[in-house]
Design a protein around this ligand. Structure first.
Ligand SMILES: Nc1ncnc2c1ncn2[C@@H]1O[C@H](COP(=O)(O)OP(=O)(O)O)[C@@H](O)[C@H]1O
Ligand SMILES: [Mg+2]
Length: 256
């Protein structure tokens, strides 16, 4: 059986004179596995998942989603994608947004009646009557995750899913990932919130400047007695020129 995701030698730059945003990334993701793509801001995490979701084309390398091209409609049916900054028609309410996505997914009336209220409840948006334009960032992020699970995907891609969430929301996302893994769903998670990743991911890749610095199971990447944060900071710092911690005008003793 084909892997859920298989990327090989992926390279992408946005413009010809730009540096590579993704510079030779390869990994595979199997059913029931949670894979964490970690890295500092600008490392290329979102670019990688957008390529897998078929929103961007790589310049080099190959990408397969359920053994097919990410543009393949059958493969896409099994993909749920919660983007980093989800955007919805601003005059719709949460339930209307989900109804819209349900129609794109081809869910019949009975399935919509069942799934939409339960999904809203999971996302903590049941009873929310306001329009999306009145939502906070965290509420939009919740709706983004709700939209991504509505089709009961076999692969769930979450790009920085908990960045704007409150502690309850984060706990819900963790529980969601655990539950999905148990039922054989694959999860691809982009994050720089390392403690979150440590709790849910089986395998991680640490990315900087478009390249994978280290990849493996959590046990392989994080030696006994160390934390993922230690390993992350060490690797990322070693890949970048050293810099002063604070601007000198902040640390100057005499204030003028
Ligand atoms: N739409 C875009 N146009 C041009 N450059 C982009 C665009 N999106 C991202 N980049 C660049 O690609 C690199 C990787 O970005 P991104 O994949 O968003 O990183 P991450 O998600 O890890 O923060 C960065 O150098 C960023 O400036
Ligand atoms: Mg990103």
């Amino acid at each position: 059986m084909a892997s859920v995701v298989s990327v090989e030698g992926l390279r992408k730059r946005y413009r010809h004179h730009d540096p590579w945003a993704v510079d030779g990334v390869s990994f595979q993701l199997e059913p029931g596995q949670a894979f964490g793509l970690l890295g500092p801001n600008g490392a290329g995490k979102s670019t990688v998942v957008k390529i897998i979701a078929g929103l961007l084309r790589p310049d080099e390398g190959s990408v397969q989603l359920f053994g097919a091209d990410p543009g393949n409609p059958t493969a896409r049916k099994d993909l749920g994608f919660a983007p980093e900054e989800p955007d919805f028609p601003k005059f719709l309410r949460a339930s209307e947004v989900l109804d819209y996505f349900a129609s794109l997914l081809g869910l019949d009336e009975a399935e919509r009646k069942r799934r939409i209220p339960e999904t809203l409840q999971f996302a903590g948006l049941d009873g929310e009557r306001r329009q999306v334009r009145q939502f906070s960032k965290g509420m939009k992020q919740r709706l983004g995750i709700a939209q991504a699970i509505l089709g009961r995907p076999k692969l769930l891609i979450l790009d920085e899913p908990t960045a704007d969430l409150d502690p309850l929301g984060r706990r819900d996302v963790r529980a969601l990932i655990d539950r999905l893994k148990d039922s054989g769903v694959a999860v691809l998670l982009n994050s720089h919130l390392l403690s979150e990743v440590e709790l849910v991911c089986d395998t991680v890749a640490i990315l900087a400047k478009g390249r994978v610095l280290k990849e493996g199971t959590m046990a392989e990447v994080v030696p006994e007695g160390r934390s993922l944060e230690d390993v992350f900071v060490e690797l990322v710092q070693a890949s970048a020129p050293p810099r002063d911690q604070l601007p000198s005008f902040i640390t100057d003793k005499d204030k003028s």
